[in-house]
Design a protein around this ligand. Sequence first.
Ligand code: NAP
Ligand code: ZN
Ligand code: ZN
Length: 345
Amino acid sequence: MFTTKGYAAHSAHEPLKPFTFERREPTPVDVRIEILFCGVCHSDLHTARNEWGSTTYPCVPGHEIVGRVVKAGHEVKKFKEGDRVAVGCMVDSCRTCPDCEEGLEQFCEGMILTYNGKDKHTGAVTYGGYSTSIVVDQNFVLRIPEKLDLAAAAPLLCAGITTYSPMRHWKVNEGQKVGVVGLGGLGHMAVKFANAFGAEVVLFTTSPGKTDDAKRFGAHEVVLSRDEEAMKRQMNSFDFILDTASGKHDLNAYLGLLKHDGRLILVGIPPEPAPIGAMPLIRQRRRLAGSLIGGIAETQEMLDFCADRGITCEIEMIPMEKINKAYERMLKSDVKYRFVIDVGG
Ligand code: NAP
Ligand code: ZN
Ligand code: ZN
């Protein structure tokens, strides 16, 4: 075991504070990573505050991890000391079930979350990337292409893959009209990907001040979702809408914007359930689905795609001590557009 420094939530109602803990030594197939940067996802906040009701304390959040390999187990073939690597939302899975065989480890019953999961080796709760190092099986470690800036790549590990995967799965393409709900960490990546896939992109936001940024990221049009008239003008016109909003909002309003056979895909996870009317679905044979991050192979594909196309996240770097302030700003939708903790700085 070795000692690691981090930041942890000790209950739903307290700010995060410094926390020192032990990590296991790498097994022959693990790598030990010195963490340089960690993105701050709204899921970290939901979990730290137990908004989904499943948090084990103390909780060290963080699943947008980038760093360097400092030690590789003797059976590790994929990485060596010094490699630029990343870890996303999962650190392990069963490897043998049909989901794992299809590269959909995120759906595996035995999937282990990077934090607030149960470590396969020690049985203890897993601790995430708001910390100086982590030990992960080589098969759940990603490679950061040389072209990508390490800090700006960190949020790709969750915000990136969570928006890339559903657009790939449902084949967002040229000639389609695509909506993105919310311009936060996930939303701004969704706008960039939808634009890169050739779609006509419309951003729905509750924040009038984000219009120019949204256009700079690739939105062709911006609609203020609280403007009923503006929403009405968009009715029956979308092929695909990706909903990234983290707080309570009306899903029926977005269903009504889909054309026949259009899809509303939920990736945002507000703590409260949202009522769905049958009528907006039945009319126009519309579809409602959800999507959870993406598999390991697809995450590598996304990283390579970003390197190829020059896509990165818009980040605001913070020292670890500012994490509680960052959470407060996140709750006010005041994130431009992802906080990244400068762990190594
Ligand atoms: P974020 O950076 O805080 O952005 C969320 C954005 O949603 C806000 O900036 C705001 O955008 C909009 N919003 C917030 N409250 C709203 C409300 N009450 N009504 C309408 N819009 C609202 O959060 P994030 O990190 O992108 O995460 C977004 C959600 O996705 C979270 O619930 C998170 O847990 C979830 N998530 C899911 C997955 C998955 O695999 N499915 C993965 C990662 C995260 P505007 O200011 O533009 O309105
Ligand atoms: Zn996340
Ligand atoms: Zn499995």
